[in-house]
Every structure is written in structure tokens, then in C-alpha cells.
Design a binder for this molecule. Structure first.
Ligand code: GDP
Ligand code: MG
Length: 415
């Protein structure tokens, strides 16, 4: 795991709380990209053309890199090619900015062909304005490997442009592949529950706490599952819980499509858990909820949303009441939880259970034979079996989605 130092030039016009939030967001992003954060540096000043932060600060940073044994530096501010070059020259390690970091995360999370293309497109679009500067910097001094470029030539910019147009063409012809995956998972009697919300809202902590609490459910059915998806059992219903990168503050427009493609799992979901940090100020919480709905709305019509107010161990009961009143109409089905100590988990599960696609209850009578037993095990896989009575026939009282009830009825009539 790479050890990194985080650096942020604080904007003179940003308030202190926004600066702190941005640094925490950067840290969460670094962690979700599997970096180990070994230190951080901030400086409040106007941007320096050559180094982004002050030259003296960069020299301090170079010492820190040695002392802390860091392999890389991640900047919170967007860097120009010149800045990346100069800082990495001084600090003798890899330097990236938040946007490259986000692209790394998106690339890792992109599961469909379409998503992969969109992430690649964003990457090239990020590099394009830098292309000219990179080539001239590289010419100045032999630097193979800089910014992932093995070799280079004047046509680098041209090459990027043609790659961009090729990807755009390919994207136009790639099918949307959501439906088939949704059907496949539903065939196994699973419903999909996705965690949405801003970075640092507490999604991953909640994901882990819910998964840890659960007794093991067969994950094996889905060997292709991402590490961010786990099978859960909620009152007998099988659920695939999916963690997501989540929303990122002030995302530049050229990243929006790539970002949306990583939300694929959210758009596939049967229920969305929209997580908001209840310990943030009422203004910020409302703003984040508002933006979240705007981002989701178009594509999730009809999908129920549960608003999860997280980290309630950090606030008092009165403050929680205030937050609930404050977000009011913006927060459908609110549930307050603390992933730290498990508060509200029972309520959350009840709420999830209540919002899952409805299943019906039925009884089926099957022959007492190997064939009948195979149908019983099929019902165990696809639904919830409430009771089995073995007489001259096997009587199964079960609950499942419509399709299964229909199939079971046909099987019953056949035999
Ligand atoms: N006190 C407290 N802190 C929490 C809770 N849930 C998450 N956090 C902290 O909030 C930060 C962000 O959490 P994380 O789950 O990574 O957020 P994500 O970016 O939405 O996945 C971490 O430092 C967590 O330790 C909680 O229930 N209580
Ligand atoms: Mg996370």
C-alpha cells in the first residue's frame, strides 16, 4: 500500500470549515483508493504559478517525504503540468492531484464497458490541456515515466485527441447493460440496496457495520461481486448491499459522466440508502441532501429512498430533533443511526425490509420424491420458506416474488 502525504493550499476566500471539510474529503478519497496517509500539509495563500504552494513549503515537504518514508504526494488543488513537474523534481516522488486520485477510484469501480470508456474519456480530457506543457517539459530534461508517459513525442497531443474521438464513437455504440445484470441478480432472489451520499458521510463505516453484524449469507453465488458488495440477510430477505464512492464536492463538469457511470449500482438498486452526516451544520446537510436528490432524481424515478442520518453519537438528542425538522421534506423515510455503536440498526433494517419490492405468501404441494425435494431447495434459494410439512406430499408455506409463485403453481399442477 502506498504511503502518501496530503497537501492542500487553502483558498483565502474559503471559510475554515470548508477548508477542513475539503481536507477530510481528500483523506477519505485517498483511503478508498487504498493509500496510507502518513501526513498532511496545508498553507493558506494565493496560488503559486510554479509550485501551487510556496516554494519554501515545498522544500519542507521534501524533507517530510524522507522523514515519513512517503512514496507520493496528493494535492487537494488542481495542478498544472508545470507544477507537477516542479514539485516532483524537488520532492523526488510521485505527485498527483485530487482529480487524478478520483479518476483512479473511478477506474477501479468501473465495472461495465460503458463505465470504463467513460472513465478513460475523462482521463484523456484531464490530460489534454496539459499535453503541450508536458512534452516541452520532458524535452527540457530527460524524464521517462513522468505522469505515466513511457516515451513521448510532439504528436502526444494529437494522439490524445484521436483517442478521445475514438472513445466517443465507441461510447455511442455501447449498449446500456444495466437491465441484464439486474435481472440476473433478481433471479437468485436478491434485492439490491445501494448506499449513496457524499464522501465522508459514513457510508463505508455503515456498510462494514451492517455486514459484520450479519450472520454469513452465501456470497458464493456471486463470484464476480466487487469487494464493495456483500450479501446481507434482512428479516429473511436476501439483499445485496453495495457501497459506492459517493458524491464529491465541487466535481468539475468533465468528470460528471465518469462519475455517473460509477453510480451504476445505485441506478440498479431496489432501495437507496441516502446517507447524510447528521453532525454537520444544518445548512450543509440541507445543501448536500438537495444536491443528492438533483443528481439521483432523473434516473431513479420510483425507487424508494431511505434517508439515513449518520453519526448520531456525535450529537445530542435535541440536536438530532433539530436536524430532522431542518431537513423535513428533503428527507423521505428518515432513520437515525450510529455505525459506531449500532444505534438505529434495528429501525434501519425494518425500514429497508418495508421498502423492498413486495413478495407474496403462498402454499404449494409437491410430490414426496427427489424431484419434489429439488423444488423445495429451489424455493429455499429464491424465497423465504416459513414451514414445510412432510405428509404423503410435501406442503411448503413460502414467500417469494410473483414470478416464483407463478412457477411453483405451474409445477404443482404438472405433477
Ligand atoms: N463518531 C462517528 N464517526 C463515524 C461514524 N460513521 C463514520 N464515522 C467517521 O466518519 C468518517 C467518514 O466515514 P466513511 O465511512 O469513510 O465515509 P464514506 O466516505 O461515506 O464512506 C470516518 O472517519 C469514520 O470513522 C459514526 O457512526 N460515528
Ligand atoms: Mg467510503
Amino acid at each position: 500500500m502506498k504511503r502518501v502525504i496530503l497537501v492542500q493550499r487553502n483558498c483565502l476566500t474559503n471559510g475554515e470549515s470548508k477548508n477542513i471539510r475539503q481536507l477530510i474529503e481528500l483523506q477519505d478519497l485517498a483511503i478508498s483508493a487504498n493509500y496510507t496517509v502518513v501526513g498532511d500539509v496545508t498553507q493558506t495563500r494565493r496560488p503559486d504559478r510554479k509550485y501551487q504552494i510556496g516554494r519554501g513549503k515545498v522544500e519542507e515537504l521534501a524533507l517530510m517525504v524522507i522523514e515519513l518514508g512517503a512514496d507520493g504526494i496528493i494535492f487537494s488543488n488542481q495542478l498544472s503540468a508545470t507544477q507537477i513537474y516542479n514539485i516532483s523534481e524537488t520532492c523526488k516522488c510521485e505527485v498527483i492531484d485530487k482529480f487524478q486520485l478520483i479518476l483512479e477510484i473511478f477506474a477501479e469501480r468501473a465495472t461495465t464497458k460503458r463505465a470504463k470508456l467513460q472513465v478513460e474519456l475523462a482521463k484523456f480530457q484531464y490530460e489534454l490541456p496539459k499535453a503541450k506543457a508536458i512534452v516541452s517539459l520532458l524535452k527540457k530534461e530527460e524524464r521517462p515515466g513522468f505522469m505515466g508517459l513511457g516515451s513521448y513525442e510532439d504528436s502526444y497531443e494529437q494522439d490524445l485527441k484521436s483517442r478521445i474521438s475514438r472513445i466517443k464513437k465507441e461510447l455511442a455504440s455501447v449498449q446500456k447493460d444495466n437491465e441484464s445484470r439486474r435481472i440476473k441478480r433478481h433471479e437468485h432472489g436478491f434485492s439490491i440496496v445501494a448506499l449513496a451520499g457524499y464522501t465522508s458521510a459514513g457510508k463505508s463505516t455503515l456498510f462494514n457495520a451492517l455486514v459484520d453484524e450479519d450472520v454469513h449469507v452465501a456470497d458464493m453465488l456471486f463470484t464476480t461481486l466487487l469487494p464493495t458488495t456483500r450479501a446481507l440477510n434482512i428479516r429473511g430477505r436476501r439483499v445485496l448491499l453495495t457501497d459506492t464512492v459517493g458524491f464529491i464536492e465541487d466535481l468539475p463538469h468533465w468528470m460528471i459522466d465518469a462519475f455517473r457511470s460509477t453510480l451504476n449500482e445505485i441506478f440498479l438498486a431496489d432501495v437507496i440508502l441516502l446517507v447524510v452526516d447528521a453532525s454537520e451544520s444544518p445548512d450543509i446537510m440541507r445543501k448536500k441532501l438537495d444536491t443528492s436528490y438533483n443528481t439521483l432524481w432523473e434516473q431513479i424515478k420510483g425507487v424508494p429512498i431511505i434517508t439515513v442520518l449518520s453519526k448520531i453519537d456525535r450529537i445530542t438528542g435535541d440536536e438530532l430533533k433539530e436536524q430532522l425538522e431542518n431537513v423535513g421534506y428533503l428527507a423521505p423515510n428518515p432513520v437515525a443511526v450510529s455505525a459506531k455503536n449500532g444505534w438505529g440498526f434495528a429501525e434501519l433494517k425494518t425500514e429497508i425490509y418495508g421498502q423492498l419490492p413486495k413478495w407474496k405468501r403462498d402454499t404449494v404441494s409437491l410430490p414426496m420424491s427427489e424431484y419434489g425435494m429439488s423444488i423445495v431447495s429451489w424455493l429455499f434459494n429464491e424465497g423465504i420458506v416459513h414451514s414445510i410439512n412432510y405428509k404423503d406430499r410435501i406442503i411448503v408455506d413460502f414467500e417469494a416474488r410473483d414470478e416464483i409463485i407463478l412457477k411453483a403453481g405451474i409445477i404443482e399442477k404438472k405433477r
